[in-house]
Write a protein that binds this ligand. Sequence first.
Ligand code: AMP
Length: 607
Amino acid sequence: MLPSYDPNNSEAGMKLLEDLTSNAYQIQQQVLEEILTRNSHTEYLKGFLNGHSDKTLFKEKVPVGNYEDVKPYIERIANGEPSHIISSHQITELLTSSGTSGGQPKMMPSTAEDLDRKTFFYNLLVPVMNKYVEGLDKGKGMYLLFIKPEITTPSGLSARPVLTSYYKSNNFRNRPFNRFNVYTSPDETILCSDSKQSMYCQLLCGLIQRDEVLRVGAVFASALLRALKFLEDFWKELCSNIRSGHVSDWITDPSCRNAVSEILKPNSDLADLMENECSGSSWEGIIKKLWPRTKFIEVIVTGSMAQYIPTLEFYSGGLPLVSTMYASSECYFGINFKPLSKPCDVSYTLLPNMAYFEFLPVERNHTDSEVVRCNGVHEEDRDDHLQVVDLVDVKLGQYYELVVTTFTGLYRYRVGDILMVTGFHNNAPQFRFIHRRNVVLSIDTDKTNEDDLLKAVTQAKVVLEPLGFLLTEYTSYADTRSIPGHYVLFWELKMKGHNNVVEAELDGNIMEECCSRVEEWLDSVYRRCRKKDKSIGPLEIRVVKQGSFDALMDFCVSQGSSVNQYKTPRCIRSEEVINILNSRVVGKFFSQKTPSWEPFTMEIHVV
Ligand code: AMP
């Protein structure tokens, strides 16, 4: 099913992308036919289709569902029942998603063939990048990539994050160009299970090869910023290793140590240069200073990662931020065909041979499609009344929730991502990632999702920026211990040009203005509750010490989140997590004004 071509041939890659997008309809039909023919005898599909593989019947009978519908089957496989209850192909591993169910990561089925599909997808990113940036073959990429520990299910299957699975596969080791050493991180440093040693060694290798580095990246923006923070903490030691040509003794992982030792030679010029750049009072533009040939930063900055853009711009000295792809544990979805476009303009074109894609139209304010209980716990309307549409039938400007039928045993599965159609590449639609469904704050009848919160916070931080503050991280929770309850936002701030925290410089009036600004930009239901119903109290901002969100991440990682896939939760609920941040608060501020609200202004803020 996967078309074959020479991945080293950019022209052939671009031609293939043109073919795929031109024939989106035909390919989608073939994909569905193949999935149904293969899997019509699985227990799951038999229950709806009685052994038939007819596409129309599939659409009539198989319900659109979410994780709870497939979870019992996945758990049965994890406990030793045969794969064919959901998939005719052997399920070779389970991929743990950053989405959770009942406090545990959701587990997505995967097959051997799926690794080839991912490789096919990754290979197609190369010609797109080459089309827009010349000469990438004249140097290296410093990509900071990490694995995380995995568990084995009772049936002996590995359960691990999708990227860990990929990096540990032969497909990754044998990826095109790897044999020409075009990446600064030796595979051994990526595959090191100690994340601190892995990070240290990858940075060391990246620094040693600084003159060759043409692009710098990680999967998500947050991972790259974490690496920069690590560099801030460890640059002196890295310098001393470079000066002496000996890697620190605490790097004990043998393959990691060997891989680094092979390229580490005493280099006092480089050590001097690093010392000079890193000991400066500001780290503004540090990426460009340390890796001067870098042409762009490759990290995902769409969706919840958008809030890192200013910090990345600060560190990168204005280099283009490139979000190349949109993917998940369930399935890899789409490619950004215009990688140099501004982050706010990024759209992804779904590749029609990755899965069978359907779309649930959603109301922009979601009030019709979701029934939300207080405090972020929600039940969802199954949207049975809404007609799902095919990939080629989506309408420009319309919002949809993505539904996938994969080659690996998910049928009409709601991914939970809300996308907006921004255009078409040939016959394939392009989507802007809007947000992940159902990240909400709720006190009364208000429902604030991640996107709404980001918008309001973005407006509020405008107040701070002229004063030299950067909002580097934020999250929120609905504090219902007092009556009425209120929204609490935790903000981590940084002073431009300094590496230090800013506790003393906080101006109460300005911070209160930020609180009011957030409220002003929240939706009309929130403002009605606040102003008219008085069912919500004044919004509070708690400023936390620098490093607090690192502590939050460390905690989440210790609970099973993956470092690569970690995204700061924009809404927290667990007492333990809230305590982590509460114990680091340096200032608390409340909105002093009630926001404006008029009964007939049910406006929708344009994203
Ligand atoms: P996971 O299953 O943990 O790999 O997370 C997959 C989810 O991450 C997707 O469903 C999206 O919500 C989010 N995601 C992945 N790629 C992107 C992207 N390029 N832009 C925004 N969000 C993304």
